[in-house]
Design a protein around this ligand. Sequence first.
Ligand code: GRG
Length: 294
Amino acid sequence: MLLQVRMEQLRVLVDRWLDELLPAISHCPQRLHEAMRYSALAPGKRLRPIMMMLTAEMLGADVNSVKHAACAIECIHAFSLIHDDLPAIDDDILRRGRPTCHVQFNEPTAILAGDALFALAFDLLSAPDGSVDAASQLAIIREVSRAVGTQGLVGGEMLDIESENQAIKAETLQLIHRRKTGMLLECSVVCGAILAGGDPSETAAIREYGLQIGIAFQVADDLLNVIGDPVLLGKATGTDEQMGKATYPGLYGIDETKRILHQRVCKAKCAIEPFGEAATTLLELADFVEERKQ
Ligand code: GRG
């Protein structure tokens, strides 16, 4: 099956799950629930849950078996986007082709919607689930906590802010990209492997795939911020330069950045070669990360 068709099937499934698991607007506090649903259900790629589902599938599990964890990761992603767009951080007005959460609602509501999505994520990860054993559930909670904390998203965002308008070294830039973006993508595939009962060597190979794809994804994001189409992306371009952000095109130029991106994608594909034909979709997904326009 074509990768695009499979991704679209899984995206629709994730949206159905999210619609079911997010609090209803009719429940109090209605405005908060409206803001949570506005951001979490906005048209995005759902790449992290899709990667988790494809990893579980590669190891022989049913995609439905990762439902709660997949939605938890997407809630955390939506949370990070809401907070990233706030006036105190990037001050963006457009996300996923729509006004950002604080523009559509207001700043306090956006902050609280992000916080509530974060809490919902851990509620989903820890919910009693007959199909997952307690040890695996604890392992994924730990994995997600680490991907979000000071060594993950939050720490990466802090380093990113501190690096604005500074001349930084290549290693620092890589660290920022790995933490700010890479860790949640890596965590998505590792959770998929844990939930599917992957053995330690399988999980290590999948972690390496996630690590490389995670960095590649942010390198591609840097490129798209320079040469991408804002209509396709659903957000403004040129913002990194305006904010004095540390980026790969800024440090290496466009051509070298494309070469680095290709190198990361090759490393990712190499890591999952041992899975043979079962890895076909994740291999194609690696190419998608390199070639994506949105
Ligand atoms: C505690 C979760 C948390 C966050 C607070 C604000 C912050 C710290 C971190 C920001 C992290 C961030 C927004 C990194 C950028 C990652 C990135 C490239 C996002 C775009 O992902 P896509 O392209 O978006 O998958 P869609 O809209 O398709 O889901």
